[in-house]
Design a protein around this ligand. Structure first.
Ligand SMILES: *Cc1c(COP(=O)(O)O)cnc(C)c1O
Length: 397
């Protein structure tokens, strides 16, 4: 995954354009820019990448999720359904708006379980947030049907899945709104950055204004612009956008390397009958940012992941005890450790998180090992890594 591994001259050139003109901000200062609009250029590149009508760059993936929800009108007291296996950003982005995260189980796709989603719907539910974890996806057909039937907004967090597709459509472009992160460890990086993707013009305009203090961006005098509604500052800078612009042009090359490395390891592990792979929904193509496989049970997965670590097979994780990605160890959320008072609505919504039964998620995450696929590995390095992994797994079955 990490695009930073292949950071080089192309990125430096784009950044130097910005350093030369000195306009580090994405809006205004037309006369000084020497024609460079890196954020705008990156947005139009991303429209192609995601085959979507509108892209709004923002300052991070977390900001992208918050801005997407706000753009669709999600706020105080609204429930947003999200998976137990994701990144902490999911609930952060929901709670920032005063909305209530409702956590539900995943299935063998390692993403939202459509049946669990349907069961969690209440009159307060406003949106479903699907998180396309580790380069693959949930059953998007089923989720779209549920969202349509119940008149809910479908938000797609595809921060880890750029380049993946479902029935030919880029992940992130299938829901009403899609979110991407370009932080330092994502497939393409800006250093920090994110994007909201949508085909809905109203949502786009909302995202554009909301991420820049509510500015309407009409005319060419920033000081004279009006503010139709409240907003915040989630702007990306030109320096960050410049890095992303170089990186996005290299995306096809990155994806090809990812796929090659992924397939070498997958093939070696597929020869072990006890190893199974996550389910990819029919019509889905993974981005290959991660290879996820399952072992017979939690105990074996734990010993194998420890043995990987001991024997130098890095960037592989069993998420069962991970405090960033899985519900079991989100103690700060369960205890509502907050610097400032939290609304009664959210308190009530999260009150049974400590005792809720997530045994189905535990079953899938407990057995799973997730391996990051690096871009800097040579083919020989991947081959010897694959053999080493297969050997270690066999020793611990
Ligand atoms: C990285 C990530 C985010 C947050 O992105 P940042 O740019 O780091 O704020 C959100 N969701 C998922 C699934 C991620 O992997």
């Amino acid at each position: 995954m990490p695009g930073f591994e292949l950071f080089g001259d192309l990125e430096r050139k784009e950044v130097n354009d910005v350093l030369d003109n000195g306009v580090l901000m994405r809006y205004g200062f037309d006369g000084m820019r020497k024609g460079y609009w890196k954020a705008k250029e990156l947005e139009s590149e991303l429209q192609n990448t995601f085959q979507s009508k509108h892209v709004q760059l923002v300052s991070s993936g977390t900001a992208a999720v918050s801005v997407a929800l706000a753009a669709a009108g999600v706020g105080a007291g609204d429930e947003v359904i999200m998976p137990t296996f994701t990144f902490v950003a999911s609930f952060e982005a929901i709670m920032m708006l005063g909305a209530i995260p409702v956590l539900v189980d995943i299935d063998d796709t390692l993403c939202l379980n459509p049946e669990a989603v349907e069961k969690a719907i209440t009159p307060k539910t406003k949106a479903i947030m699907v998180v396309q974890m580790c380069g693959s996806m949930a059953d998007m057909g089923a989720l779209k049907t549920i969202a349509t039937e119940h008149n809910l907004i479908l938000v797609e967090d595809a921060c880890q899945a750029i380049g993946g597709t479902y029935k030919g459509q880029p992940l992130g472009s299938i829901g009403d709104l899609g979110c991407f992160s370009f932080d330092f460890v994502k497939t393409i990086t800006c250093g920090e950055g994110g994007a909201v993707v949508t085909n809905n013009k109203d949502y786009y305009i909302n995202a554009d204004h909301y991420s820049d203090h509510g500015h309407d961006h009409v005319g060419n005098d920033r000081g004279a612009e009006s503010h139709p509604f409240l907003g915040y500052n989630f702007r990306i800078s030109e320096l960050h956008a410049a890095v992303g612009l170089a990186q996005v042009k290299r995306l096809p090359e990155f994806l090809e390397i990812q796929k090659r490395n992924f397939n070498i390891i997958r093939k070696a592990l597929a020869e072990i009958p006890e190893v199974t792979f996550r389910k990819v929904p029919e019509g889905g193509e993974e981005s290959c940012a991660f290879l996820n496989f399952s072992l017979p049970n939690l105990e074996i997965a734990t010993t194998v992941s420890e043995a990987f670590k001991e024997k130098g097979v890095d960037v592989c994780w069993n998420y069962y005890n991970n405090s960033w990605h899985y519900i079991r160890r989100w103690d700060h959320l369960k205890d509502l450790n907050s610097l400032y008072p939290i609304s009664e609505d959210i308190r009530r919504g999260l009150s049974n998180l400590k005792t809720q039964d997530f045994s189905i998620s535990d079953y899938h995450i407990g057995r799973n090992i997730s391996c990051l696929i690096k871009l800097s590995w040579t083919e020989d390095e991947v081959k010897s890594r694959a053999l080493k992994m297969a050997k270690i797994i066999k020793e611990h079955l």
